[in-house]
Design a protein around this ligand. Structure first.
Ligand SMILES: CC(C)(COP(=O)(O)OP(=O)(O)OC[C@H]1O[C@@H](n2cnc3c(N)ncnc32)[C@H](O)[C@@H]1OP(=O)(O)O)[C@@H](O)C(=O)NCCC(=O)NCCSC(=O)c1cc(O)c2ccccc2c1O
Length: 285
């Protein structure tokens, strides 16, 4: 995959920068060497608020990861200990969305959510500090969340003139229930890590110094399991709230398995060999 420049962080992993994402400005993409890809939003002076460029780089990284057989699990995090992500960068919010270098206003984070949901590999949010606004939604869209004790969670939309009626609302209510979701959005309060854990928003709370090591432990535990089973389970759990798109993702996993079977390959081979397919050996049991 073209990795270089080993640098050492916490968690006992020698993270290596991924060459093909080396030109990125807002996102650092690193590989553990044994299956874990770490994506770090690097705008700490803005509490890791995202701008269109940040989202583009995350999208490119996820597309790369989707096709990369070496990557089994993804960690998504923010630079530093102050914030995971504080949502959309309000300083470049125009009248119709967040304005990038091309001058076009967009709400592109919604596309990123879909990419993350469709990724057939687990994404774990590693949260230190604030996960606020669109940053809170990003952690919710991740499959699992490990939080440091200093983590703080909340929505700000109705305070800053915004709202996410997509995963930010409907999926939140699936996770924490309707009453709590309404509380989150209508009051715009902040919740600490323990409160988030009690609500089921977070899988584990650890001391800040332990955050990366614990997250890596979860990744490695997942990597001991069948990747196909994990991909099918993620698709099945998504299908519960993703409608036709969710069913299509789940069915795509079935088609992928079918393509790998002798029965599926007999259909292809018969067509190419201009003969009648012989499916007799593959009767259902
Ligand atoms: C995150 C905070 C609670 C942190 O508070 P703290 O006191 O620790 O730090 P400061 O407030 O002093 O911030 C330090 C520094 O960072 C700048 N900053 C922080 N967040 C942002 C931000 N989101 N955008 C721009 N800049 C930010 C801050 O201005 C300071 O800079 P200085 O130059 O003054 O040093 C607190 O910062 C906070 O509440 N931040 C705002 C959180 C927020 O409201 N986020 C936006 C919500 S809306 C959203 O994210 C969103 C995005 C989308 O793309 C959508 C798409 C489609 C539908 C809905 C969307 C949506 O709702």
């Amino acid at each position: 995959m073209g990795i270089e420049a080993v640098e050492s962080c916490g968690g006992g992993v020698n993270w290596a920068l991924v060459d093909r994402c080396r030109g990125f400005e807002d996102v650092r993409v690193e590989f553990s060497g044994d299956g874990i890809m770490k994506l770090t939003i690097c705008r700490p002076w803005k509490r890791n608020a995202f701008r269109p460029k940040t989202l583009r780089e995350l999208e490119q990284a996820f597309l790369f990861i989707r096709d990369d057989p070496n990557t089994r699990v993804v960690i998504m995090t923010g630079e530093g200990t102050e914030a995971f992500c504080s949502g959309g960068d309000q300083s470049i919010r125009g009248d119709g969305g967040y304005v990038g270098e091309d001058g076009v206003p967009r709400l592109e984070v919604l596309d990123l959510h879909i990419l993350m949901r469709r990724l057939p590999k687990p994404v774990i949010a590693m949260v230190a500090g604030y996960a606020i606004g669109g940053g809170h939604i990003l952690h919710m869209v991740c499959d699992l969340t490990i939080a440091a004790e200093n983590a703080r969670f909340g929505q700000t939309g109705p305070k800053v003139g915004s709202f996410d009626g997509g995963y930010g609302s409907s999926y939140m209510s699936r996770i924490i229930g309707q009453k709590r979701a309404r509380e989150f959005w209508f009051l715009c309060r902040q919740y600490n890590a323990e409160e988030a854990f009690q609500m089921g928003l977070v899988n584990k709370v650890v001391r800040l110094e332990e955050l990366e090591a614990e997250t890596v432990r979860w990744c490695r535990e997942i990597m001991e399991k069948s990747p196909t089973a994990i991909a099918c389970l993620k698709a099945a759990l998504n299908a519960d709230c993703d409608g036709q798109a969710g069913l299509s993702q789940l069915a795509g996993e079935a088609t992928r398995l079918f393509y790998q079977s002798k029965e599926g390959q007999e259909g292809r081979d018969a067509f190419l060999e201009r003969r009648k397919p012989d499916f007799a050996p593959y009767a259902r049991f």
